[in-house]
Design a protein around this ligand. Structure first.
Ligand code: NAD
Ligand code: TYD
Length: 359
């Protein structure tokens, strides 16, 4: 079996569902169930013995040692993290704790387990670290997309903490020989995405008739990857990636934020028309994020060349599937918008004066 961390979060839950459907190999899923963790995303696995959920923290070394001893996983796939840039600006401490100290604790527990394996099991073992393109910093309009050799230039507390975790993973390979692989991927979107991030926030706000807050001029560019494509990329790298290597995973879908918001509005106009008029009437420009990275873009040729992986979805197909999922899963959306979610919305958006309105 494999040990997953953070498997109740957005990408982790999609990965667990994809993994069990594609391989059938059992999963131990360790998740602290922070505000971002949601077991309802895994409700379809409730009676499935291949999914063992453990409520706990990656900073808890005693728990980790017990899980390794009990389940003897052949691999670790490490998703658990604090993942939201805006939250890292309001409170960086949790990012240092989970993303850096947590990754360190997990690496040490993994190393203790791995060191005691026999030679064949040791060679076959993998520690797969899931990271982000944000560690590479921000591109200008004309820069080529990030390759795996791009310098590390993180700009937010979130990306700095992920960069630190990438360095720890690299060092545990070089110093101790731990068989690691790291993937750095671009912005994901798809089902079970917590509505604090751009795409799900725009969908749930539009459907509720609330403002659609665009930071700054809305011309920041992100490179969108459908989450199920990310899950298949992780399977490919875990199975065939070269030990010690980094693979960039992207969807070849660079788009400015404003275009994303207009696309969401146009598709909702088609799929769930609002008698009050186009959803684009709700677009509102608000104060920009401090230190806002202008552009991310991933060069995903290495993973295609070495492992034959390419995304299956274009943005057009992926965004339609995503909108369909949100329209069909209003209960999931309503339940994640708990008191804690409402507090976050008040914290993040009340300070951002609405600069001007636009349709
Ligand atoms: P998420 O915030 O939706 O989920 C994170 C999960 O980790 C939650 O279930 C949470 O409960 C759990 N968690 C947090 N702290 C923990 C701790 N100390 N111990 C155990 N569990 C803990 O994040 P996501 O969007 O699913 O991202 C998963 C990974 O992918 C992260 O490492 C993130 O940096 C990386 N990533 C995400 C994106 C994206 O677009 N979402 C892009 C690139 C990389
Ligand atoms: P986000 O989903 O938070 O991902 P990241 O910051 O990790 O790329 O934001 C994506 C882009 O959308 C980013 O440029 C910030 C912008 N954004 C808005 O314009 N309005 C919003 O309300 C949010 C949450 C994000």
């Amino acid at each position: 079996m494999i040990l997953i961390t953070g498997g109740a979060g957005f990408i982790g839950a999609n990965f667990v569902l994809d993994w069990l459907a594609a391989t059938g190999e059992p999963v131990v899923n360790l998740d602290a169930l922070t505000y971002a963790g949601n077991l309802e995303s895994l409700a379809s696995l409730k009676d499935d013995p291949r999914h063992v959920f453990v409520h706990g923290d990656i900073c808890d070394r005693t728990l980790l040692d017990r899980l390794f001893a009990q389940h003897k996983p052949r691999a670790v796939v490490h998703f658990a993290a604090e993942s939201h840039v805006d939250r890292s600006i309001h409170g960086p401490g949790a990012f240092i704790k989970t993303n850096i100290e947590g990754t360190f604790t997990l690496l040490e527990a993994t190393r203790a387990h791995w060191s005691a394996l026999d030679a064949d099991a040791k060679a076959a073992f993998r520690f797969h670290h899931v990271s982000t393109d944000e560690v590479y910093g921000s591109l200008s309009k004309t820069d080529p997309p990030f390759t795996e050799d791009h310098t590390y230039e993180p700009n937010s507390p979130y990306s700095a903490s992920k960069a630190a975790s990438d360095h720890l993973v690299r060092a545990w390979h070089h110093t101790y020989g731990l068989p690691v692989v790291t993937t750095n991927c671009s912005n994901n979107y798809g089902p079970y995405h917590f509505p604090e991030k751009l795409i799900p926030l725009m969908i749930v706000n539009a459907l509720a008739g609330k403002p659609l807050p665009v930071y700054g001029d809305g011309q920041q560019v992100r490179d969108w990857l459908y989450v199920k494509d990310h899950a298949s990329a992780i399977r490919a790298v875990l199975a065939g990636g070269r030990v010690g290597e980094v693979y960039n995973i992207g969807g070849w879908n660079e788009k400015p934020n404003l275009e994303i918001v207009h696309t969401v509005c146009a598709l909702l106009d088609e799929m769930r028309p609002d008698p009050a008029g186009s959803y684009s009437r709700l677009i509102t420009y608000v104060t920009d994020r401090p230190g806002h990275d202008r552009r991310y873009a991933i060069d995903a040729r290495k993973v295609e060349r070495e492992l034959g992986w390419k995304p299956a979805e274009t943005f057009d197909t992926g965004i339609r599937k995503t909108l369909r999922w949100y329209l069909d899963n209003g209960d999931w959306v309503a339940r994640v918008q708990s008191g804690a979610y409402r507090e976050w919305v008040a914290t993040n958006y009340s300070e951002r004066a609405a600069d001007r309105k636009s349709a």
